[in-house]
Design a protein around this ligand. Structure first.
Ligand SMILES: [Zn+2]
Length: 225
């Protein structure tokens, strides 16, 4: 398992993606966003709650897509985090599944080492899955001493640096996108405010049009006779 640091970042990313314009609104309504942010961070960590039942049952049913679906549906019945039932289910599912995705790439050695722990992703099928490419260090949690080991300190520091860097890069790119969108809108504005000419001046029937006729006089077949 990865540490709660990596999973909490994933919960935050889910929240940030859900709120399309959260950057502009967060300062104005930050209290309003604390609850959904907290719920998504908790949900991204939720699969590891099976540790409360002991190491023997860890990475079982809670680390499966079936659990992600059930939890998302149940939560959406209780409280919709997004407008609409199914949209809410999707947001909850993404937050919960982010845990499975991170654990999928977690193992004892970084690199193409095939040292992942394995999860029954398609429970009740008992086959376990993990990536041969390991990107995140696993956390030791067999006992109290293991929890506070140097290996775990290294794993937590690594996660903070990697996930923190991804967050910083993503926010810079997001800011740039917002800025270019605002500039594009500003450039388009003068065109829409351009005054419309009162009447066409280059057409031969312009004078008659200005005298108050409802429509310009167009030559007909009778006129030509
Ligand atoms: Zn886990």
């Amino acid at each position: 398992m990865a540490s709660p640091i990596a999973h909490s970042f994933a919960g935050f990313w889910t929240f940030a993606c859900q709120r399309g314009h959260f950057k502009t609104q967060l300062t104005a309504h930050w209290r309003e966003y604390l609850l959904p942010l907290g719920v998504l961070i908790l949900l991204a960590n939720a699969p590891d709650l099976d540790l409360l039942l002991g190491n023997a049952v860890h990475r079982g049913f809670t680390h499966s897509l079936a659990a992600a679906t059930l939890v998302s549906l149940a939560l959406s019945c209780v409280w919709r985090i997004a407008p609409g039932f199914w949209r809410s289910v999707i947001v909850y599912f993404i937050a919960y599944s982010s845990h499975l995705l991170i654990d999928f790439f977690t193992g004892t050695k970084i690199g193409w080492t095939n040292t992942g722990f394995g999860m029954p992703l398609f429970w009740p099928w008992p086959k376990t899955f993990s990536s041969p490419l390991i990107l995140i260090f696993g956390i030791h949690h067999k006992n109290f001493a293991a929890l506070f080991s140097l290996d775990n300190l290294r794993a937590c520091t690594y996660e903070t640096l990697i996930f923190g860097a991804i967050t910083v890069v993503a926010s810079v790119l997001w800011k740039r996108k917002l800025k270019s969108r605002i500039l594009r809108k500003a450039k388009l504005k003068p065109r829409t405010n351009r005054p419309i000419p009162e009447s066409p001046t280059h057409l031969p029937f312009n004078l008659e049009y200005q005298k108050g006729e409802t429509s310009p006089h167009l030559p007909t077949l009778q006129d030509q006779k």
